[in-house]
Ligand binder design. Structure first.
Ligand SMILES: [Zn+2]
Length: 449
């Protein structure tokens, strides 16, 4: 009896003060609070260590009670543990109101978005639903949203007056990404001025890191987690910030515009060969290595968007097609890296910023036909990159990129120009007649037909 009044006192305290829900716990012995009148929904049953665990939510006439639960553990079909957090029955008026809200929830959701337009860019993780909100048990609307870039997930509770009652971070996350301000050249120093830019950064770790890119350096100029990124170009760490910016820029374009999402991030190592100034600029095995440039052939490689983005494109190509680095497959690999880079930068020239020996390293605005193939890695890559640059004028940017990606998706580590041509023909077959005729002419001109 003593035990009983103790629990009873706890329940009273719980329900009048801190906790809006009544909590119970029974571990198989002693007084067992009765949950007989409690209706539940959405049972989830799991097994762990030989025990069967069921968790459900309290509901009144099908409307769940926010944060309520009933958990039961059974062993050999016998309940051996029970805990719960439940609410008292709402009034019939509240229940009627909740059911009406249930019918009109889409309208409330649209009104909510009109009032809070910032949430329009968030993805819906769990669509809007009606809940009863203890302790008053007034009906409210709940929606779970995910921010596109940061993957932050928020459970939002709002009422019929569109007032936000509660916003709660939900979901577990490996890293916490923050949007920080930095100084960088958005299009490189030739086509843009040094500007304040925003970038997502993991502030819990040293270095520059987010879900898409990680940058490190071979020099001593490491970036600490508390480092402000508004660094002048004369700072030794600027190199990392600029490379991080370029790589993120094109990877965001891949994911947002082309729906390419890779379950991996690319590692960029800058100042490769430090203290020597090397001309390294290559991709292999999830890693991009960038030297600073010897100031004879290349200078300040990290400032050249076309070089950083070409290498970053190799990372994307590697994930989609695993094209080789030599032979015809190697030429295709180079061609696709140039296609994505030149399309993104809206410029046919590569290496304009960093190359010292000529105005640029390569120009994809060129006509090399398949018959002119000679085994040269970049000579032959121009057959494909030049074709796509011309296709861009014929079909427009988006359809051309769509075709490029669909072809790439179908290539592999053994692909050659014949495989490319076959995949190209398949994609062109799918075009509307008028477009198809134009592309066929271009294919004939470039020797693919
Ligand atoms: Zn390359």
């Amino acid at each position: 009896m003593k035990n009983f009044s103790f629990i009873f006192a706890l329940i009273i305290a719980g329900c009048t003060q801190q906790k809006p829900l009544q909590h119970t716990r029974w571990s198989g012995q002693g007084y067992r609070p009765s949950l007989a009148g409690i209706q539940t929904k959405d049972d989830v049953i799991s097994r762990s260590a030989g025990e069967s665990i069921s968790v459900s939510q309290q509901a009144f006439e099908g409307i769940p009670v926010h944060r309520s639960f009933v958990k039961r553990i059974s062993l050999n079909k016998k309940i051996i543990f029970e805990s719960s957090a439940t609410a008292a029955r709402p009034s019939q008026n509240q229940l009627n109101e909740a059911k009406l809200l249930q019918q009109n929830r889409s309208w409330y959701w649209l009104s909510f978005l009109l009032k809070y337009p910032d949430y329009k860019n968030w993805e819906i993780e769990k669509p809007v639903s009606v809940i009863l909100n203890p302790p008053a048990m007034n009906p409210a609307l709940q929606v779970v949203l995910r921010q596109h870039k940061t993957f932050a997930i928020r459970s939002i509770l709002f009422n019929t007056s569109l007032k936000v009652i509660n916003v709660e971070a939900v979901g577990s996350q490996l890293t916490e990404l923050k949007e920080v301000s930095a100084l960088a050249y958005p299009q490189g120093p030739v086509k843009s001025d040094l500007s304040h830019v925003k970038m997502l950064r993991d502030l819990n770790n040293d270095g520059l890191k987010n879900l898409k890119v990680k940058v490190d350096t071979e020099s001593q100029a490491k970036i600490k987690k508390e480092q402000n990124l508004e660094l002048p170009p004369t700072d030794d760490r600027f190199e990392q910030v600029q490379a991080f910016y370029f790589a993120n820029k094109i990877l965001n374009w891949f994911s947002e515009k082309l729906a390419v999402n890779l379950d991996a991030n690319v590692n960029i190592l800058t100042q490769v060969g430090f203290p020597e100034k090397t001309n390294a600029a290559f991709y292999y095995n999830e890693k991009i290595r960038l030297g600073t440039g010897d100031d004879i052939v290349f200078s300040k490689i990290y400032l050249d968007p076309s070089i950083v983005m070409h290498e970053t494109s190799h990372f994307v190509i590697d994930h989609l097609a695993r094209l080789p680095f030599t032979g015809e497959g190697g030429s295709l690999n180079e061609a696709f890296a140039d296609v994505f880079t030149t399309f993104f930068l809206n410029s046919s020239r590569l290496g304009e910023v960093a190359y010292k020996k000529a105005p640029f390293v390569r120009n994809v605005d060129s006509k090399v036909t398949l018959k002119e193939k000679n085994g040269g890695l970049y000579h032959d890559s121009a057959i494909v990159s030049g074709f796509f640059w011309a296709l861009r004028s014929t079909l427009g940017e988006e359809p051309s990129l769509q075709i490029a990606l669909r072809i790439l998706n179908r290539l592999d580590g053994y692909s050659d120009f014949a495989d490319f041509t076959e995949a190209l023909k398949e994609q062109v077959e799918l075009l509307p007649m008028e477009q198809k005729q134009k592309v066929v002419l271009l294919m004939q001109e470039r020797g693919f037909l």
